[in-house]
Write a protein that binds this ligand. Structure first.
Ligand code: C5P
Length: 218
């Protein structure tokens, strides 16, 4: 059976990673969370008190940074386990600034393309179908209303016992989507040949099922 690449893009908190993990597991593929890579750099830049507006410094920092994600989706930056740290509010609120730097994207895309070149991958992000794997056999663009996405993230936080404010989450999601969609370099955008799935009224399993159907009929 032919090994393919599945690109899953879409706005913040649309359920991309949850669905991508299920699809990858069912197909025996590897899952690559590209958002975690941008988050890792953001975490490290903040941790080292580098000015996030200083693009040259940020890019230089990235060139000396190893970012590794293992099969359990634990994330390591220069061998430090940052799995939880990269989900902090501070990282979330700054990641889109770091991700808008052209030379940061250039380096990240190169690293991501190396990971995807053997196929049998499910990769999620913002520019996977448009820039990272433009020849992916399957491209999906997941959307959902902002209120629905905020509600899901809020419930997820509450379940994990994290402090959570629905209104604040909604604002953060809107702000991040705006920045990610309006940046000059590879903005969040549906690839022309991507299949859009509105998940507002679908369960996680229904979405995963739709993508698996596409993969199987490919
Ligand atoms: O997917 P996640 O929400 O973890 O991504 C965090 C941020 O990383 C996004 O808001 C975006 O600024 C950036 N990102 C990106 N391109 C990707 C993946 C993530 O610009 N392929």
């Amino acid at each position: 059976e032919k090994k393919i690449a599945i690109a899953i893009d879409g706005p913040a908190a649309a359920g991309k990673s949850t669905v991508a993990k299920i699809v990858a597991k069912k197909l025996g593929y590897i899952y690559i969370d590209t958002g975690a890579m941008y988050r890792s750099l953001t975490y490290s830049v903040l941790h080292h008190h580098i000015d996030i507006q200083n693009k040259e410094e940020v890019v230089r920092h990235l060139h000396n940074l190893s970012i590794d994600i293992n099969k359990e989706q634990q994330v390591f930056v220069n061998n430090e386990n940052v799995t939880d740290a990269i989900r902090s509010e501070q990282v979330t609120n700054n990641v889109s600034i770091i991700a808008s730097i052209a030379d940061v994207r250039k380096e990240m895309v190169q690293r991501q393309q190396k990971l995807a070149n053997k196929r049998a991958v499910v990769m999620d992000g913002r520019d996977i179908g448009t820039h990272v794997i433009p020849d992916a056999e399957i491209k999906v663009f997941l959307i959902a209303s902002v209120s629905e996405r905020a509600k899901r993230r809020h419930e997820e936080n509450t379940q994990k016992g994290f402090p959570s404010n629905l209104h604040q989450i909604k604002n953060e999601i809107e702000k991040r989507d705006k920045m990610d969609s309006e940046r000059e370099v590879s903005p969040l955008k549906k690839a022309e040949d991507a299949i859009e799935i509105d998940t507002t009224h679908l369960s996680i399993d229904q979405v995963a099922e739709k993508i698996l159907d596409l993969a199987i009929s490919n």
